[in-house]
Structure formats: structure tokens, C-alpha cells
Design a protein around this ligand. Structure first.
Ligand code: ZN
Length: 133
């Protein structure tokens, strides 16, 4: 199995899952082409709970975005990253839901320090390499 170093796919503004999946297909397709792959078996995406991207919508858009490309037929595997803030009151990370109001859900100390949750990145891509069993 050939592993691909994960580039960060940033996005701003309104999220459109088809646009997002197309960007992923494009990036993975380019890497697969460069690697001389015959196709792509699976693509792993890391999606933060505050990224604005909806995993179900991404999965729905995936076959449409991948159709007719080197990525067509690849499995899309989404890993959801639960958002968390750093709380100076608790001196710990606290998991927050998407409606958090910049304060710690445990002790209510104000915090604007999001440590994760806005990810939208390709975690891995499993490529079909010619000659590979
Ligand atoms: Zn706290």
C-alpha cells in the first residue's frame, strides 16, 4: 500500500460539500497520477465537527465528484474530529459541541482557544499501484 503525505485543504466561507469533495478528488487524483497509480482504493478524510462540512453530505457528493476521474470507485472514509478548546480554568482540553459559545462547558471560563475542530484534510489515500498484488 502506498501512502500519501496529507496536504491541508483549507476552506473559507460557505461550505459546499460537492465543491469540497471535488477539491479532494482533484488533489488525490493529481497525486495518484503523479505516482503512476492505476486507480484509488480509498481516501481518508479528517473532518472537524466545526469545519462546517457535513459527513453525510460529503459521502453523498463523493461518487458524483469522483465520477470519470482516477478516483472513481474509491471508498471515502471520514474520520470526524470532535472540536475541543483549551480551558485555562480547568488547565485541560474540553470537548465542545458545535454550539459552544467560546466558554468552557465544564467550568464556564471564557475561552476562544480552539485546539481542534476545524479540520478538513486528506488523512490518507490508498492508491492502486500497477504490479501490486
Ligand atoms: Zn474549564
Amino acid at each position: 500500500m502506498w501512502s500519501w503525505p496529507p496536504p491541508l485543504l483549507c476552506h473559507d466561507g460557505p461550505v459546499h460539500e460537492l465543491g469540497l469533495t471535488r477539491a479532494v478528488v482533484q488533489a488525490v487524483g493529481k497525486a495518484a497520477e503523479r505516482a503512476g497509480a492505476g486507480g484509488v482504493e480509498a481516501v481518508g478524510l479528517r473532518v472537524g465537527s466545526l469545519s462546517g462540512a457535513v459527513p453525510d453530505a460529503l459521502l453523498g457528493a463523493w461518487p458524483i465528484a469522483a465520477a470519470g476521474t482516477l478516483v472513481a470507485g474509491a471508498r471515502l472514509e471520514i474520520e470526524t474530529v470532535q472540536a475541543a478548546i483549551w480551558c485555562s480554568g480547568c488547565e485541560a482540553e474540553q470537548v465542545v459541541d458545535q454550539f459552544f459559545a467560546l466558554k468552557c462547558p465544564v467550568c464556564a471560563t471564557p475561552s476562544g482557544q480552539l485546539v481542534r475542530g476545524r479540520e478538513f484534510e486528506v488523512a490518507y489515500a490508498d492508491l492502486d499501484m500497477p504490479g501490486e498484488a
